[in-house]
Write a new protein. Sequence first.
Lengths: 419, 499
Amino acid sequence: MFSRRDFLKQGLLPVFAGSAVPTVFANGVAASAADSPNAPISDRVLVLVQLAGGNDGLNTVIPTQDGAYHDARPTLRVDAATALPLTASLGLHPNLKNLKARFDAGQLAIVQGVGYPSPNLSHFASMSIWETASVQGGIGDGWLGRYLNYLDQVGESPNHALEGLSVGPLIAPELRSQKTATAALQDIQSFRLQPLPSSGHGTPVDAENPLMKFYGAFHKTSPAPYGALLDTTLTEALTSSKALQATDKAYQPKATYPDRSPIASSLRLVAETLVSGLGVRVAHVTLGGFDNHSNEKPVHDRLLADLDAALGAFLLDLEGHGLADRVLIMTWSEFGRRVTENGSRGTDHGTAAPMFVLGAPVKGGLYGETPNLKALNNGNLQFTTDFRAVYATVLQGYLKAPASDLLGGDFGTIPLLKA
Amino acid sequence: MEQTGSPPIWRRPVTRRAVLAAGATGAAATAVAVLWKGDALGQVLNHIRDTTHGYQGVFASQRVRVAHLLRRAGFGATPAELDRYTAMGVTGASSALLNYQATSNQALEAALPSIDPATLAGGKGAGTIQAWWLQRMLQTARPLEERMTLFWHGLLTSGLDKVGPAPLFIQNQLFRTMALANFDDLLKAVSKDPAMMLYLDTETNRKGRPNENYARELMELFTTGIGHYTEDDVRESARAFTGWTLNTTPKDRRNATASSFVARYHDDGMKTFLGKTGNFTGDDIVEMLVPLRATAERLTARLFGFFAYPNPDPAIVHHLADVFQQNRYSIRAVVSEILAMDAFYSEQAYRSLVKSPAEFVAQSLRGLSGGAASPWTSGGRPASPSPSGGGQGGGAFRQAATAMAPMGQVLFYPPNVAGWPAGSSWINSSTLLSRVNFATALAQKAGSAASLDQLLATFVDGTVSPTTHDTLTQFAHDNPGASADLLSLTLSTPEFQLN
């Protein structure tokens, strides 16, 4: 069986031979150059934004006229007068100005009350449920890892090391796959192999690079479980760093990303890979810090402001490069927070919360039912939309992949995409 | 042990006859047929040797056993340390590591900068304590003490995202002082530790306004694991942990270094926890959780996975859980047992773990002859001045600690309350490139005069795949005088990424 590792290794050969853009990347580059208003399915990109720690949904999309909200949040409630009105009874957090503008422009879908049956209040168990799209959770392939496997099976994989891209030091579990290797990237400048000190040997990647030999041989021995992983990873690293370095200089952002904002840097990096046509199909970025059991307000206010500014710049940048039609953005968090604030001016772990689906392919508006604050279960909201229905919408409607197969069931879809 | 007399197969010279014999059988024949097309005979020979390579008999060498022990129960060894511990024999070496109170750490303490927690609040405090801890890992005479401190930091997590450097510095010393203590005693101390109180919000957990954060993670992550308690148990035990407060002003909370009990903050009503009802305190909750079998199995499996190999056979966990329960929850008893098990010195254990970035950096630096004498940390290039003032090369320790970040680990800054995920998650394209680039930068700074054989003996037990060995030998031959490159390449081998 021809493995992905073998494929990438073959892709390396033209690099060794000195061509600027190896053939394996040529398709990706051509695709980005031939950007079109109706993006072919093979060019569509999904960007996941994880709000890690459990985002306070009630203080993100605010039931401004609900007395129960008012009473449950004596110190944390967002004043109805400052919320950015979506409807007569709902408003966005005042720091979500760009998102409000996108909502008004019909590019933001807000799915309300998203959760799943028998909610798990553990961060890690619940994250795992969302990441695997299985209410058992566990360590199996991520739901997007399964999507990448599917692309491979049907011969639609771009076979590029950056096909599944996690921004940060670790591979996002959604992208985890036993069969398809994905890349983690923190910044492009440091993502290159330094030459050896005394001989100057080792131009970034070359056929005689001893590393290629070590790792290629090591994986054939299997006294430990990591040989194949190490070999694949080294090959991925050298392939993608070579490709990135070749295109790095070409990218000029068409928007001003905020300084000193990790989420903005992450999205800028995603934009760069997209502009450079590096074959990214699914990208994952994380904004952490939402687990606000105490003194929530200043932290949550700042996080939402960071999120909003970063997404605003990202969308402008995509538009400036003519890529907006190709990119769908989706936010998720492992759970919302408890309805009633605790004694620490914070909130404990909760359940259902809204999700944002954002971008030119979206038919903006409010979807799903607003959760009822008077029908709580143990102090927690009851979900009104299963998160797997949102996943199914993205898989089936946007990525044109068989959602029921990939999610292990039929969860319906939500009409939040443009026809 | 099998394999005593003749050298293991991957060290024997491979004859053409052996190749043909191997090539004539089963799958190997197919592999050869594929490889033969257009490939040189040399590659075929390598393929045969690589696929027959294994670690059988590797522990026949006492030196390898001791090196393995020092990698697992410490942060690797300088060649001189390895000589010294090998001379003690495996049992003597284990015993010396375990009974570290008998070993003076005076040289380390004298070399360390003196840190006043009151001065850590500024922007440089985080870098100061990170450099301080890495220096401890590199120069300690009590490797297991430092290793267990890292274990507790990864399990009973607190992090700079929510907690100032001063309380984390205090917590780190608590972990060191209680490194091999009884688990119930440790958990009781941790429950009142300022860094933990800040990280999991017990500091604001008050009578009538409980905060569930600590109670939940105490059960989910620190003791039984999920599935052994209900949401009601979380709520009730949160009430039991009320009453502890930080000795500080609200404005200075993040830098608190002490805590105390205030009776009026404590909810002294009846609580029902795990089916029992009483006026429980936090200590009572700990005393109810630690004896549970689920706690014993979960903790001992994690310890075994930290020292030996992941996913042990249930029989091993069962045995270790018994040891834990029969010795009043003594961590020392469990660790001592693990280091004495055959499984610890089995082929299954050898290179079965991925080095964490802390291990990768510390073992690289220690192996250089490390710690105190390392060119990276003292001689060689002048170390940049250290704001913490202390000893030699504080700036260099700081630099090395910072270099771990792109490899995926920042000391005192775990990614979340579950700590760092171990094993394969350390390895991805980004982190692997960072490791290789660290090796190159280190080789450039430190230089090297070591021969290839010395490097391999120091860093990888002299045991690498034939292709790795041949490639390095060829490289050394083609690049005379490029010893620093050999050092970089040795630290970049797949073998050295494993532990």
